[in-house]
Design a protein. Structure first.
Length: 353
């Protein structure tokens, strides 16, 4: 079968002079670009040089820079860029004292700053004391707060952040497990439960998503009264009771937490302070401790509501143990969100029969 040219009606095999000159020359001049090994190496070298230049600008020690992978380098650079966008040097207030290691060590947790779209902007260096991960290692998990939290609470956290963003200045709290180092998980049997309490603040006027940030303090929830970090916390007090839970002594700091003076509680029953709905739960803990069943770290632990002197209810996490014919209770004040998290995970053995 012969194919004829549509221009001159002659067989294509016979002559192709009718084709436009550009079309005839196209096959010999329009070769697609092909990468070569040398070109690929040049591009890699250029990328490496750019990353080295970025790494050299990071405000960390030379030793830390040497340990940075390319992923960590880019994560830190992105963190610094987001921080520079929210806190431009030219618009910053007069510089105060640096937030040094000594000052950070006084905090009950670490500081966290998020952008309006939940991106990580700042994490204080003492995060390693709480999670066992450095700032660089934590950033390797991802660049949003959801990347470092337990995925099961993502929706609830998202709702809380939206609520705080709609009402700047309103404080919100959410409780979640945060990712930790492998060493921490092996030592403590899991990730660290942290209460995040913060609010959105407009850094410049007029406020906009690019000029607002979520400033928060992330406080670890103490798992037992013997934790080393618990000794420095001001929200813990102790009381001593007879075996029937009558007060025989209580720390003076109870006035700060519950409003009562020591003399007002001595001789009173522990049960007179309890919320009616929690009386059975407290009785179960009381029986377990009196019978010696609460000897373990969490065996004599429960979460209860007690009545303050101003007639308001306060949540307490109570560790109880029997010692020399008396019962000693170590109590820590809780936020409502912390109490809800702990109550949901309270061992069934501690619930009333």
């Amino acid at each position: 079968m012969t194919i004829f040219c549509s221009h001159c009606h002659r067989p294509l095999q016979a002559e192709m002079s009718c084709l436009p000159t550009r079309a005839k020359q196209a096959p010999s001049t329009s070769r697609p670009f092909r990468s070569t090994k040398s070109a690929s190496k040049a591009r890699r070298d250029q990328i490496n040089a750019e990353l080295q230049a970025l790494r050299s600008l990071l405000p960390i020690s030379a030793q830390e820079k040497e340990r940075l992978s390319y992923l960590h380098t880019m994560a830190l650079v992105c963190l610094r860029l987001r921080g520079a966008q929210l806190f431009p040097p030219g618009l910053a207030p007069p510089a105060g004292p640096a937030l040094g290691t000594e000052l950070l060590s006084l905090l009950p947790g670490f500081l966290l700053v998020l952008s309006a779209d939940s991106k990580l902007v700042y994490i204080s260096e003492n995060v390693a004391q709480v999670l066992g991960l450095s700032v660089v290692e934590l950033l390797a998990q991802g660049d949003t707060v959801f990347d470092i939290l337990d995925g099961q609470v993502g929706e609830d956290v998202h709702k809380k952040l939206l609520l705080a963003q709609e009402e700047p200045g309103r404080e919100v709290t959410f409780v979640s497990e945060m990712r930790t180092s492998k060493t921490f998980r092996l030592q403590h049997g899991g990730n660290r439960v942290v209460a995040v309490c913060g609010r959105f603040v407009a850094l410049r006027w007029p406020p906009s998503p690019s000029t607002t940030a979520f400033l928060a303090l992330c406080t670890p929830i103490v798992q037992s009264p013997t934790d080393g970090e618990a000794a420095s916390q001001d929200d813990i007090f102790q009381s001593m009771h007879l075996l029937d839970m009558t007060f025989i002594d209580v720390m003076e700091s109870v006035t700060y937490h519950l409003g009562y003076h020591r003399e007002e509680l001595v001789g009173q029953s522990w049960y007179s302070l309890l919320h009616p709905e929690d009386a059975d739960l407290a009785a179960a803990q009381h029986r377990a401790v009196a019978l010696g069943a609460g000897a373990g770290p969490a065996g004599g632990t429960t979460v209860l509501r007690v009545l303050r002197k101003d007639r308001a209810w306060t949540w307490l996490r109570v560790w109880a143990r029997q010692d020399s014919g008396c019962i000693t209770c170590t109590c820590r004040c809780l936020r409502e969100e912390e109490a809800a998290h702990l109550r949901a995970r309270q061992p069934r053995a501690a619930t009333p029969p």
